[in-house]
Design a protein around this ligand. Sequence first.
Ligand code: ATP
Length: 443
Amino acid sequence: MSEQANSDLMSKVVALCKRRGIIFQSSEIYGGINGFWDYGPNGAPLRRSIEQLWWRNMVEERDNVVGIDSTIICHPRVWHASGHVEQFADLMTDCLACKKRYRVDQLEDPGLCPSCGSREMTEPRQFNLMMKTYVGPVFDEEHAAYLRAESCQPIFVNFNTVRNASRQKIPFGIAQTGKAFRNEINPRFFTFRSREFMQMEMEFFCREEESMDWYEYWRAERWKFYTETLGIAEDKLRWNPHENLAHYAKAAVDIEYLFPFGWGEIEGIHHRGTYDMMRHAEYSGQEQDCKVFDQESRESYFPTVVETSCGLDRICLMMLCDGYHEDLAETRKEGKAEEERVLLRLPAAIAPVQVAVLPLSKKLAEPASELKNQLRRHFRTDYDEGGSIGRRYRRQDELGTPYCVTYDFDSLKDQAVTLRERDSMEQQRLPMAELPAWLLDKL
Ligand code: ATP
């Protein structure tokens, strides 16, 4: 695709998200706040269902992974131990002419302002990305705390409490999903780089000797999640191995997706060695809580960690960009045989609406609503009786609704409805009694 077409595609996705209440700027009536996004009535179910798929895949379907839900604010020492307070910084530079601020690694020429073309750029400076707040009634350094910059640190801190409670033995993993906050210098590409976002992380604790086997195992599992569970084509994904490994890491790789603005990271799979557990042992002074006891050697050791860490908002954005399509559909509009339609080809499991019930006439509202109530027990169901049937189909296509069910006057007599499929637009007649089982099978 050309650069122009890609930029158009991104603008179309952003416009669709606003128009249909999927994602829009936070606090918009106040002019918005840079790097913060709200999910609307069609975005919340999309994000929630992707999170549920991940949770099911990573926690519920496995014997050796358990899930937790920790607080966003932890003891501030956690972030000293993790290195975030001292080191979690990006190099930034300011343009003295137009006052814009940039991340040095995002500039082609750090001496040139890409916005106004000035060469009056400041020397690069460190900029810490942690968001700070105060806990308790006194606003001083002693009461300072941080909003978590990643969701995994509480997993390390809770390691032995969780292990004992769940009676897990090494090797096993602890997972969690939740908010993370980073004071990004330059939020951009819609939700791709936000200041408040959701992470889905799993820390797998194992023995050092087996750690590279587990690393390979989790790489393969996570690739399958994108290609098989979410149905992303392999040629839109790639591996990006880290060139500069942290001193304690044996390996690290990102999974990237080809967004309209270029390749962007959606997940990192990292070998973290024993670094995190050793740091928390040192900073908390509670070494026994960061180690496990080996029955054979009768010694305690720090487990090695393999991490899978992805951004839920980036996955949502990927699904929206990937699903966005335009094609032609038949129309009854005067003087036209076909019209352009916009559709989101979302997998049925994550579509905000999974089935829409559309009565052909408002006179059919009662029996059609009854059908809706029945379907609602199993699926995210919408009901729409406003406007021509073509218009209603278009509205559902834009949201990615995989199936529309039309209730017409014949339905009263033959107890059957017309089922229309989103991508092929093919229609078929099905007995109403068979509909839930038919849809369950497809969805
Ligand atoms: P980047 O290099 O893009 O800043 P990162 O390498 O710092 O990302 P990690 O710390 O490895 O990211 O975080 C794991 C995942 O969290 C990323 O793969 C991404 O999906 C998500 N993520 C990180 N930062 C953001 C952000 N600012 N907005 C949205 N998602 C993010």
